[in-house]
Design a protein. Structure first.
Length: 104
């Protein structure tokens, strides 16, 4: 048994609130629900379209903090996708096996 390490599978969950949420996730969820509650008090729900518009902030915030496999939540997937699309796509290798013409 050489070079074996025991690393718990849930080490990242210990850093999260309730094992699921980052502080930004809870702020996003709380603000979406708060906006929805304020809209429910201010706007009369007379039609289906009005109801959907009033409930939209809470539904969107819940959808963004929904956990998905291999990522933390939907918000992280969107952030990573945006970062991938806006970052440089040509990677320059500067490893130990590349001869570089640059002088230091």
């Amino acid at each position: 048994m050489e070079n074996t390490y025991l690393i718990p599978a849930n080490t990242k969950q210990g850093q999260l609130i309730l094992g699921l949420f980052r502080p930004i996730d809870l702020m996003l969820l709380g603000s979406g629900i708060a906006v929805t509650l304020i809209l429910l008090l201010l706007i009369p729900l007379s039609s289906v379209l009005t109801t959907i518009i009033v409930l939209a902030p809470a539904l969107i915030s819940v959808a963004l903090v929904l956990p998905i496999p291999y990522y933390h939540n939907v918000l992280v997937v969107i952030t990573e996708f945006f970062s991938f699309l806006t970052s440089r796509q040509k990677y320059i290798w500067k490893g130990w096996c590349v001869v570089s013409d640059e002088k230091k």
